[in-house]
Structure formats: structure tokens, C-alpha cells
Design a binder for this molecule. Structure first.
Ligand code: NAD
Length: 347
């Protein structure tokens, strides 16, 4: 039987959750609550029940799962209230704004004996899954480093995301997704980070950043979020001992160049700009195989399918508390590093 679920916050992402719940094979949408009356009326106009207060929603004994999709600064208060009301809770990312706050949320879930997790939906991104598959399969050998970028050109949105008090900024926004993806690939044990911020269209919060994450085995992830890039750089670029892989953007397949013979008998120098080069001359098919990787299958609703099975005690929740601590730990260290102009911060 489907579990009844509700959404607190009926803005952009609350709408996304309700749409997915309406089509779900595992949850049934009980309704929503939003502090703004106009959002509650909008939900009703779409045939969705709008509870008139948060208390009314949390008092509904049929609701087992509550998804919280409100600005970042109020996740803690609302998630804890939902846990204390006996609900299993999914918080939207970044989960919350500090490690102390996260510990209070985890403690509330333990005390209430209810599940608590964060919506890391981008673990189902096909571009990320293709890079993870290449890393895990070892098909181009041991991975040296990964570059993960997302570029836009409209600055940071002019809503709460542009204000510090609401937990704005790109590190908490896209950053949390890209950090989680990198840690899913390289592991959740991070050695150190270095980070610098952009403040191009917004002085109060970061409207872009460059973040290096170093792992104990020497692997490195570089994450870059830009909101002032009128030409986009590739979404992913990976270097490994036996080749390279690249995805230009999420509509494209992953391109792989696999080195099958390191030594070349003869390299013909090429003319580049005002000079000749042998070092940078492209390889040919005698030493390198080039191919595309099929996009992996992915269904983002598996996030909810897992959560429902976890509520029933049948499997572990996909995004664990330790993973949430590790990702938020990287974010906190990145803030510290940016304050020190990109100095290395050990974790
Ligand atoms: P939004 O501004 O579009 O919507 C937020 C809604 O919350 C508004 O309708 C507002 O009235 C309501 N609200 C504010 N405080 C509330 C409270 N205390 N109780 C009830 N309702 C309240 O913002 P959004 O883009 O939907 O973002 C919401 C959350 O979703 C954020 O945490 C954001 O980081 C996250 N998000 C996640 C993804 C993702 O892909 N996982 C994408 C976008 C946003």
C-alpha cells in the first residue's frame, strides 16, 4: 500500500515534489502547507489539499512522510517539528546551514525513532552516473582527478538565494549537489579543501565558487559553479591513468579516449598558432581508442522508493547521516578556506 506523504513549502521545488508524488507508485500525496495563502490557494486550484496550518498537517495521523521544501534557514525548525510529530522527514538540500544544526536534526530523528534524510536527487543525474560508472569500472584505469562544472549566465536568482540570512549562495545551492556527487565517486573521507568565491553580481553571498577537494589516496575533485559564464565549459572532465573522459553537457553522451599504447613510433609535429609542437600533437587510432558511453538508466523516483523501503525497515536510506555530515563538513571547510583567500583547510 502507498504511504501518505505531504509537502511543506509549495514553491518551485515543493511543486516538483507534489508532481512526482501524484504519479508515484509508492507514495500518495495527502496535501501541502505553505505559509503564503496564495500558494495554498494555487495548490487547491490544482486539486491538491492545502492544510491551513503546519500544525494541522502534522496532526494528520495518516501522513507518514513529510518533505520539507522551504528556504534553507528554516529547514531545521520545520524538520524537527515534523519529526517530533512522528513523521519520517525528507529535508530539501543543503539539509541545513551548520554542522551543529545538522546534529540537532539527527538527534531529533533518533529521539523520535523516525527517519530523517536529505533530498540528494542529483545522485540520479545521468551525466554523473556515467562518470561514476567509468570511475568504478576502471575501464580507463585509476582516476587521477575529476572536474565537475556547472555554468549559467544570469547571476544568482534575486530571491532568498541571494541573501545570507536565508542560507543563500551557490555553495549551499548547486555546490551541495556537486560535492555529494564527487564524494559518491571518490569516497566520503576527505583530506582537505581549498575554495575561492565569486561576488560578481552579489556581494553578500557567493554567486559562484571554485573548490578543490583532496582525498587521502591522492585523488582530487575540482568543483566549479559559475553564474556569470556566457560560454559554458564541459560539465565533467576526468583524467585517469589510461585515458580521459568528458561530458560537454547533460544532453550529451560521455566521450572516452582510451590509451591502448603509451609509446608511439613516430609523432608528426603539428603547426599550432605561431609555432610547431610534437608534445601537444593529437594521437591517432593506433594508440588511442575513442568511443561514446551509453547513458546509464536512471529514474529519480527511486529516491522515494528507497525512502519508503527504509521506513519499512527493508533497506538503509540512500543518503545516510554520515554522508550528510561529510558533505556539510566540506561546505563548512570551503567557507573557512574562502575567508582565507583559498588557503588549504584540513578536515
Ligand atoms: P521557493 O522560494 O520557490 O519556495 C519556497 C516556498 O516555501 C515558498 O512558497 C514559501 O512561501 C514557502 N515557505 C517559506 N517558509 C516557510 C515555512 N516556514 N513554512 C511553510 N512554507 C514556507 O524555493 P524553492 O526553489 O522551492 O526552494 C525550496 C528548497 O528546495 C530549498 O531548500 C532549496 O535549496 C531546495 N531546492 C532543491 C532543488 C533540488 O534539485 N533538490 C532544486 C531547487 C530548490
Amino acid at each position: 500500500m502507498k504511504k501518505k506523504a505531504a509537502v511543506i513549502g509549495y514553491g518551485g521545488m515543493g511543486g516538483w515534489h507534489t508532481e512526482h508524488m501524484l504519479k508515484s507508485d509508492v507514495v500518495e500525496l495527502a496535501g501541502i502547507y505553505d505559509i503564503k495563502e496564495e500558494r495554498r490557494r494555487l495548490a487547491e486550484s490544482r486539486g491538491i489539499r492545502a492544510y491551513s496550518t503546519r500544525e494541522e498537517l502534522l496532526a494528520d495521523p495518516e501522513i507518514e512522510i513529510v518533505t520539507v521544501a522551504i528556504p534553507n534557514d528554516v529547514h531545521e525548525e520545520v524538520c524537527i517539528a515534523a519529526l517530533e510529530a512522528g513523521k519520517n522527514v525528507i529535508s530539501e538540500k543543503p539539509v541545513t546551514l551548520s554542522l551543529d544544526s545538522l546534529e540537532r536534526m539527527i538527534a531529533a530523528s533518533k529521539k523520535a525513532e523516525r527517519l530523517f534524510t536529505v533530498h540528494q536527487n542529483r545522485r540520479w543525474d545521468v551525466d554523473y552516473l556515467a562518470m561514476k560508472q567509468i570511475h568504478d569500472s576502471g575501464e580507463i584505469g585509476e582516476v587521477i582527478n575529476l572536474e565537475s562544472r556547472i555554468h549559467g549566465s544570469r547571476g544568482i536568482p534575486s530571491d532568498w538565494r541571494g541573501e545570507k540570512e536565508y542560507g543563500g549562495g551557490m555553495l549551499y545551492d548547486w555546490g551541495v549537489h556537486l560535492i555529494d556527487q564527487a564524494l559518491m565517486i571518490f569516497g566520503f573521507d576527505v583530506k582537505s579543501v581549498r575554495c575561492t568565491f565569486d561576488h560578481i553580481t552579489n556581494k553578500e553571498v557567493d554567486d559562484g565558487f571554485r573548490l578543490y577537494i583532496d582525498f587521502p589516496n591522492g585523488q582530487e575533485a575540482y568543483i566549479e559553479v559559475g553564474t556569470y559564464n556566457f560560454i559554458q565549459m564541459p560539465r565533467f572532465y576526468m583524467r585517469a591513468k589510461d585515458g580521459s573522459a568528458m561530458i560537454t553537457d547533460w544532453r550529451e553522451k560521455c566521450r572516452v579516449a582510451k590509451c591502448k599504447a603509451w609509446h608511439e613510433s613516430d609523432v608528426v609535429p603539428v603547426q599550432t598558432a605561431a609555432g610547431l609542437t610534437k608534445t601537444m600533437a593529437p594521437r591517432d587510432s593506433i594508440t588511442v581508442d575513442e568511443y561514446e558511453v551509453e547513458r546509464p538508466h536512471s529514474d529519480v523516483h527511486d529516491y522515494y522508493r528507497n525512502f519508503v523501503r527504509a521506513v519499512d525497515g527493508k533497506e538503509e536510506q540512500a543518503v545516510t547521516h554520515d554522508q550528510m555530515r561529510a558533505v556539510l563538513g566540506v561546505i563548512m571547510a570551503a567557507f573557512k578556506s574562502a575567508e582565507k583567500n583559498g588557503a588549504r583547510v584540513e578536515l
